[in-house]
Design a protein around this ligand. Structure first.
Ligand code: CA
Length: 669
């Protein structure tokens, strides 16, 4: 759900028309199921002191050659090696000697014409702009102590608290105090402070208490020029080389091995701080069809087509990758296995996961389970356009229950709480819109069936769509569309600034107290604004980067999010992962108001230190009176402050409680 124009420039289109024509013509009337497949696990380049080997899959090529260069850009090849045909449609060559540091390309010939020179699809190290692969010694990419580095571990996915950010957004903004601005290493720095002395960067993430940092794409993408000192800004949803880190995030993008080392050092720093790293992966489309590494070696094969032979475009970015074809599926699986094992990554977020077929996603889950079941997988359970893949075969949100161990974003709770994603003036439950109580309840139970949740009254999903709450990502804002601050400003124009902040606190209180996996958009805790820019994918740093001065300006909001996260982590009643238990523990008394949802919980039954919990969410601009069950209750949160220390609260209440407008009250005993 993004609005991006195809990123290929007009000039490139003209230059690449010959290749495009070849790709098109091969796509028409070709039965890709007749292509041989290769079963081995040695595709790509394999280095040793004694020799470097290569194996590429190009079953329809007439010839394949391997060219060597001393530089990552420009110049003529030093050496040229022709590959020989081998098993399963592959081509191989072995070059004796130590070729560490050399750059290379592969090139395939069809009907007498050579297509473009490219790194092989499996290239793990590349030079600037990803134009050439680089041969490297994997041992030299490990920072000191890497052998001891480990993924973070939670006993359930519902223990995870996700925080979605971008390398530049988190490091280049005013007052970051970070040395490596715009670089992976900027996220490894400790002790960084804002001008007011407040923690920034990694120290801020630690203080906030999130468990996983989810970074927007950091594989090598195509839209920024890596030869420039100031490459500019892009979200990075334009994949070029899937298995190599993006160069603009590295201090020396010409050196493929140092790219790897710097990213590993950053993973290591995050892990040392107890934070996992989730990679946003974009296997659903490539930067372009004509230019892609895939098209130069096996024209047509990697992309879906309509029966007429034209490429389909379920990504909205000009093409869609055919995950169901054996060698595409193999590529995705091996790419993910590589990132998980080589970089110790803690999870993957699949962009437009609905474009992928379910079988591929199930196999990816199995692959991850065999490595480490803690690796968390989730994605966008939708497409951005029509696809030739049958709907029942897609990994879409409605069918998430068929994908155990894989979660999908809940657009129900997202738009239910804050209002419609594209109708910017539309308010939601938190900003005072009536009739969304059932949607909030469906979110609170984690999307499962519950006797008091009538899905026919839920905004989008007509029935439960998950097997367990660990398959639901609860959120109100992310990189797409307006930030929460901007959305509330536009959709509640008459509200005062204090009330707008109250609405934002109420919105993420629902997210952080609901069953499922909570997801926060980086900066939401400091009232992140992009000045009303709802699609900032290539906007400037001035628009996108977090302004760390807001840490002091919105200190109460930061503290509120920090304390709410701590409360969630301290209380298992917010993190149940057993549907039967949830149905038993959570009940929803009638409130008599279209603007109020109340949840009671038999917390003790969930193994909590509290016996009972009452949540009152008041989305209206008027106070709301609620009569508590008899006895004394501790007010733990009043919509402005949360007390996370065990056994403590703001005050003791009994009888009737008056809940402030746009506030969430948390009461326990
Ligand atoms: Ca790049």
């Amino acid at each position: 759900m993004r609005f991006r124009i195809p990123l290929i420039s007009v000039l490139n289109l003209i230059l690449l028309m010959p290749f495009f024509r070849i790709a098109q013509s091969v796509a028409q009337g070709v039965d890709f199921s007749t292509y041989p497949v290769y079963d081995g696990n040695d595709l790509g380049v394999t280095w040793s002191q004694a020799a470097t080997r290569i194996r590429v899959w190009a079953p329809t090529a007439d010839a394949v050659r391997w060219q060597f260069y001393s530089a990552d850009l420009g110049g003529a090849p030093d050496r040229e090696v022709y590959l020989r045909q081998d098993a399963g449609g592959t081509w191989v060559a072995t070059l004796p000697g130590n070729w560490e540091g050399s750059y290379y390309t592969v090139q395939a010939q069809f009907d007498g014409a050579w297509l473009a020179e490219v790194p092989d699809p499996y290239a793990r190290a590349v030079g600037r702009n990803g134009q050439r692969g680089q041969i490297f010694n994997p041992q030299k990419t490990n920072p000191p102590g890497w052998e001891q580095d480990q993924r973070v571990k939670q006993s359930s996915y519902t223990d995870i608290v996700l925080y979605e950010g971008h390398v530049r957004d988190l490091t280049v903004g005013p007052g970051s105090g970070i040395k490596h601005q715009g670089k992976f290493l900027g996220l490894s720095e400790r002790g960084t402070r804002s001008p007011e002395g407040l923690p920034t960067g990694l120290d801020h993430l630690v203080e906030l208490g999130i468990t996983h940092l989810h970074l927007l794409p950091f594989f090598d993408y195509g839209s920024l020029d890596e030869t420039l000192e100031q490459p500019g800004y892009n979200w990075g949803y334009d994949p070029l080389n899937y298995n190599a880190p993006e160069g603009t995030y590295c201090t020396n993008p010409a050196d493929g091995a140092s790219r790897i080392r710097e990213l590993k050092a950053t993973v290591q720093a995050l892990h040392s701080a107890g934070i996992g790293l989730v990679m946003d992966v974009v296997y659903n489309h490539t930067f372009s069809v004509a230019e892609s590494v895939f098209s130069q070696l096996v024209p047509g094969y990697y992309y879906r087509q309509w029966p007429e032979g034209n490429f389909s475009d379920a990504s909205g970015c000009g093409n869609e990758v055919a995950s169901e074809r054996p060698m595409v599926r193999k590529f995705m699986r091996e790419s993910l296995q590589y990132w998980a094992s080589e970089y110790h990554l803690d999870g993957f977020r699949f962009d437009l996961m609905g474009i992928h077929d379910q079988q591929t996603m199930r196999l990816i889950r199995e692959d991850m389970n065999s490595m480490d079941p803690h690796i968390f997988l989730y994605g966008e359970g939708w497409t951005a356009g029509p696809s030739p893949l049958a709907e029942e075969a897609r990994a879409i949100k409605r069918l998430t229950w068929q994908l155990p161990g894989i979660a999908a974003f809940s657009d129900d709770i997202r738009d239910g709480i804050k209002g419609h994603w594209s109708d910017e003036k539309d308010p939601g439950f938190a900003s005072g819109k009536a009739g969304l109580g059932m949607t909030v309840k469906a979110g609170l139970v984690g999307g499962i069936a519950h006797p008091q949740v009538d899905f026919s009254k839920v905004n989008y999903s007509p029935k439960p769509w998950v097997g367990t709450p660990s398959q639901v990502i609860n959120y109100v804002s992310c990189h797409d569309n307006h930030t929460l601050y901007d959305k509330v400003a536009i959709s509640a124009p008459g509200a005062s600034e204090p009330r707008r902040l109250a609405i934002q606190r109420l919105a993420n209180t629902i997210v952080l107290t609901a069953q499922g996996v909570p997801f926060l958009h980086a900066g939401v805790e400091m009232a992140y604004t992009k000045g009303g820019d709802h699609n900032s994918y290539k906007s400037s740093d001035q628009v996108n980067a977090l302004d760390w001065n807001r840490m002091a300006d919105y200190a109460d909001l930061v503290a509120y999010h920090r304390d709410l996260i701590a409360l969630r982590k301290a209380h298992p009643v917010f993190r149940m992962d057993d549907p039967e238990l949830i149905r038993r523990v959570l009940t929803f008394p009638e409130t008599g108001s279209e603007h109020v949802v109340v949840q009671h919980a038999d917390a003790a039954a969930a193994g909590d230190s509290w016996k009972e919990l009452v949540l009152i969410f008041n989305g209206s601009d008027q106070p709301f009176s609620y009569t508590l069950p008899s006895g004394d209750w501790t007010l733990v949160g009043n919509g402005r402050v949360v007390v996370s220390a065990p056994g403590e609260g703001l005050l003791t209440l009994s009888g009737s409680v008056e809940v402030a407008p746009s506030a969430a009250y948390i009461l326990a005993r």
